[in-house]
Design a protein around this ligand. Structure first.
Ligand code: NAP
Ligand code: ZN
Length: 352
């Protein structure tokens, strides 16, 4: 699974070796059209979490077209428009898999920089590739009518915010949602929140994002998290918060924004521990939960919802030769709001 056949980062001779791998019966061969650049790719590239297996081929926000299927594939055929997200395998026998929570399987195989036990424990190679081969069980169907470049980021950023909103009841009209960090994940959370009929407030370190958040993304309000007065005035007003911040930040002032019994869901993964003083949650009976992407079912449901409501990410589409600059800009918080690589338009073959 996730056997990338021709890799931007490999020489032609290496790629030829990879091409000799024979897809299995349940494998779907996908020509990659677009791949988003998630901050997780940046964490891995920088080895922020200490688990990078270089050389890393990043990319787990993939939209492509099926070019071939194994003999046992029933759900897809050549020509289908499909997506691949953060993982491409799981054990399919544990409690998590049985409950349809493959994303929480201890044996989950990540799409990029994952350990692929079924292929001798090799590191998986992600969507910064022109072709990817994935078991049909982890391939998503892209509904008709969605712009494919704007859909790619939904495969990770979209499901990562949609799935906890559904699980924690942060999808009810009239409820008040706080979205912390207006980046790739955050801006999609605003769009889902508004599509659910919620009041949505962005909590950001970037005052320059205010106008766009309100006028373009549809946020109802915008708080600058470093402005203590603004934060104080909004205390006790929110039913829930999705925290998407990629770096260390204080969460006590965020917890104060919630009503009693409010629920914060942390999806950002800073490499330093966040501080959680009990006084910030005990008196108000508040909750703090984590969330890792979403299941295959969550992801398919999210795509259907996006299709119905016309939701797509705000993207800056680039060619592969711009990828290093894009990654530097992502690190500087200089993207509105997701870089997406036009992989098919990047002439990878001649460059490899
Ligand atoms: P992103 O596009 O870089 O957005 C992160 C946002 O966090 C920035 O736009 C910025 O928003 C805010 N921020 C950055 N540095 C900050 C700081 N020092 N203090 C406070 N706020 C800061 O990243 P992303 O792709 O959305 O990913 C966000 C995080 O989620 C990453 O850690 C990523 O690894 C993680 N992630 C987790 C999952 C999961 O399943 N749990 C899935 C995907 C990604 P403002 O300018 O508005 O402050
Ligand atoms: Zn991601």
């Amino acid at each position: 699974m996730a056997k990338s056949l021709l890799l931007w980062t490999l020489k032609a001779s290496d790629a030829t070796l990879a091409v000799t791998e024979v897809p299995r019966d349940d494998d779907v061969t996908i020509k990659v059209l677009y791949c988003g650049i998630c901050h997780t790719d940046l964490h891995i590239i920088k080895n922020d979490w200490g688990n990078a297996m270089y050389p890393v081929v990043p990319g787990h926000e993939i939209v492509g077209v099926v070019t071939g299927v194994g003999g046992g594939v029933t759900k897809f055929k050549a020509g289908d428009t499909v997506g691949v997200g953060y993982f491409v395998g799981s054990c399919r026998s544990c409690d998590s898999c049985g409950q349809g929570n493959e994303n929480y399987c201890a044996g989950v195989v990540l799409t990029s920089n994952g350990v692929d036990a079924a292929h001798g424990g090799t590191a998986t190679k992600g969507g910064f590739s022109d072709v990817i081969v994935v078991s049909e069980h982890y391939v998503l169907r892209v509904p008709d009518g969605l712009a494919l470049d704007r859909t790619a980021p939904l495969l990770c950023a979209g499901v990562t915010v949609y799935s906890p909103m559904m699980r924690h009841g942060l999808n009810a009209p009239g409820k008040h949602l706080g979205v912390v960090g207006l980046g790739g994940l955050g801006h999609v959370a605003v769009k889902f929140g508004k599509a659910f009929g919620m009041k949505v407030t962005v909590i950001s370190t970037s005052p320059s994002k205010r106008q766009e958040a309100v006028e373009h993304l549809g946020a109802d309000d915008f708080l600058v998290s470093r402005d203590a007065e603004q934060m104080k005035a909004a205390a006790g007003t929110m039913d829930g918060i999705i925290d998407t911040v990629s770096a260390w930040h204080p969460i006590t002032p965020l917890l104060a924004l919630m009503k009693p019994l409010g629920q914060m869901v942390v999806v950002g993964v800073p490499n330093k521990p966040l501080e959680l003083p009990v006084y910030a949650i005990v008196p108000g009976g508040k909750g703090v939960a984590g969330n890792s992407v979403g299941s295959v079912g969550d992801c398919q449901a999210m795509l259907e919802f996006a299709g119905k409501h016309g939701i797509g990410a705000e993207v800056e589409v680039i060619k592969m030769d711009y990828v290093n600059t894009a990654i530097e800009r992502l690190e500087k918080n200089d993207v509105r709001y997701r870089f997406v690589i036009d992989v098919a338009g990047s002439n990878l073959g001649s460059a490899a």
